[in-house]
Design a protein around this ligand. Structure first.
Ligand SMILES: Nc1ncnc2c1ncn2[C@@H]1O[C@H](COP(=O)(O)OP(=O)(O)OP(=O)(O)O)[C@@H](O)[C@H]1O
Length: 325
């Protein structure tokens, strides 16, 4: 990777202190994202996708203990930055959209005024100019009759329309990094495609980097350049969309792909993967997939290797699948 990454995460570790003990949610999570790239973060429910995103945004609560060897966004060291600096980065240089857009919007402020607030806070626009820009922003996300809709409140809009407003808000500050956490879950298939096309169009216009967190492999394959596959708080495999969908090498990725031969289903529908995620409060083996893995051997008790298969493709496994190569 020759470009300087917009986001550079190395050996991110997150533990949560709970009444039932320490939850070892993430370990050795490393990934980089360059300008204009879209990375899919996929894995079963509970694999650590949202915790990874929230750690980058510093949105985890006080029970989270976060460490990393490197955590840089847009040249800013997120480990040493003050809360005020990270708050200013959030929204301005890195932003996030969520599954339930209506709940993420302010229920007692019109959608237009919410966009004006972002424009004035992050781009220091005068009020009148911000008003015009907010109407333009609503038009850009294809909100019909944007001048009138400027005055609407979130409860007056459908889920798909609220997600469009979230996208307008997310892009208003012209950030470099967008994290979209299940942005289309709960929307009908047609609206899903509209929302994803909007995210793609606006990201590529601005050469923004995007992390798409999703259970939907079909959707992810269509919109992502690259993937990181998570299992129980580890990234088990990373590669281009072709690497992952045609040359899956980690047994877990292989099982995911075997279970979705034509990429025509979602992770939540997969029944073919044996066992379940380990209890993250227990002492965990170096490979957290070992008890579910059809290929495990005594060698798997050794520290987890990070095997570089080529410049873009990496796997954390002692016994990677090679048959498909
Ligand atoms: N505040 C918390 N306290 C304790 N454990 C937590 C906390 N937040 C997350 N976890 C645990 O961290 C692990 C990873 O959770 P995370 O929400 O990142 O999974 P996910 O892959 O995003 O799942 P989903 O697809 O269901 O959103 C889970 O075991 C979860 O229970």
């Amino acid at each position: 990777m020759t470009q300087v990454p917009i986001l550079d995460i190395r050996n991110l570790k997150v533990d949560f202190a709970t009444r039932d003990g320490m939850v070892h949610a993430l370990e050795s999570v490393s990934f980089q994202l360059v300008r204009g790239e879209t990375m899919g973060l996929v894995g079963e429910s509970g694999s650590g996708k949202s915790v990874s995103a929230y750690a980058v945004m510093r949105l985890l609560g006080s029970s989270a203990h976060v460490t990393a060897d490197r955590m840089v966004c847009g040249g800013v060291d997120l480990r040493s930055a003050s809360d005020a600096e990270v708050a200013s980065l959030r929204g301005k240089r890195m932003t996030m959209i969520f599954q339930n857009a209506r709940a993420a919007l302010n229920p007692i402020r019109s959608i237009g005024d919410q966009i004006v607030d972002v424009l004035r806070a992050h781009r220091a626009m005068p009020k009148r100019e911000a008003h015009e820009a907010a109407i333009m922003a609503l038009a850009e996300v294809r909100i019909p009759d944007p001048k009138r809709r400027y005055h609407a409140y979130p409860f007056e809009l459908s889920g798909g329309m609220c997600q469009r407003v979230m996208i307008a808000l997310a892009f208003a500050s012209e950030p470099e990094l967008l994290i979209a956490d299940e942005p289309t879950t709960g929307l009908d298939v047609t609206t899903q495609a509209v929302i994803m096309d909007l995210i793609r169009e606006k990201s590529s216009q601005r050469q923004m980097s995007t992390i798409l967190i999703t259970h939907d492999l079909t959707l992810a394959a269509e919109y992502c350049d690259r993937f990181a596959v998570m299992h129980a708080g580890h990234i088990v495999e990373q590669g281009t969309t072709t690497d992952i969908f045609q040359r899956a090498t980690h047994p877990y990725t292989g099982l995911l792909m075997q279970a979705t031969p034509h990429g025509a289903t979602t992770l939540s529908e997969l029944a073919a993967i044996p066992g379940s995620l380990p209890d993250l409060r227990r002492e965990l083996p170096p490979c957290r997939f070992v008890h579910r893995c059809p290929q495990s051997t005594p060698a798997c008790a050794a520290p987890l290797p990070r095997v570089k298969l080529d410049a873009s493709h990496e796997v954390a496994c002692h016994m990677p699948w090679r048959e498909s190569e």
